[in-house]
Design a protein around this ligand. Sequence first.
Ligand code: MN3
Length: 201
Amino acid sequence: MAFELPPLPYAKTTFGDLISEETFNYHHGKHHNAYVGKTNDAIKGTDHEGKKLSDIIAAADGGLFNNAAQVWNHSFYWLCLSPEKKEITGELKDRLEKSFGSIDAFKAKFKDEAVGHFASGWAWLVLDGGDLKITSYHDADTPVAHGVKPLFTLDVWEHAYYLDYQNARPDYVSALLDNAIDWDFVALNLDGDGVSRADQG
Ligand code: MN3
C-alpha cells in the first residue's frame, strides 16, 4: 500500500502568528506531500514496496533515503507541535533538569543547536542509550537511521519558517520552543519507541 500524507493533528488556523495557515499550506500540503509522492514513485515495483517506512529508511540511500526520511521527519514534527501552550512536567522535566541543569538551560542549548545548524536540517532531542542528548542532522538525515530514540524535533529548513519569520531562524526557534510544543507528546516518547509514532506501512 502506498504511503499517505498524514493529516495534521490540529487545524491549520490555530497557531495564530506562531505558524500561519499559509505556512501549513506549503509545508504540509506541498513539501511534505511531495516527499510522500516521491517516496511512492521510487518504491513502485521494487523490493521496497510494502515495507514499513522506517525499514525503507534503514535500507535505502540517495534519493529514496532522502524522501522517505523527510516523510517520517515531517510526520514526527507535526506531532511535536501544539496550538495550546503546554508546560514541561513530570518525568520529562526531571530528566531534562538532571541532564541540562534546568529547563531554561535545556531550551538555550536546544536553541543554540537549532540556530547554529548550518543550512538545511533538523534539531533533535534524542535518547542515546540512557542519556538525553541534543543534536542535529543535515538535510533529510534522521535519528531513525542512527539507532537513537527520537523524542522531539524542530525543522530548521528555511521552508519551515521563511513565510512567517523570513530569515530570522532564532525567532522561529524561540517562538515555538516557548509557545507551541506538545511536551506531553515528547514525554510519551520517553517510554515508547519513538520511531513508531510517525511510522507507516
Ligand atoms: Mn520541512
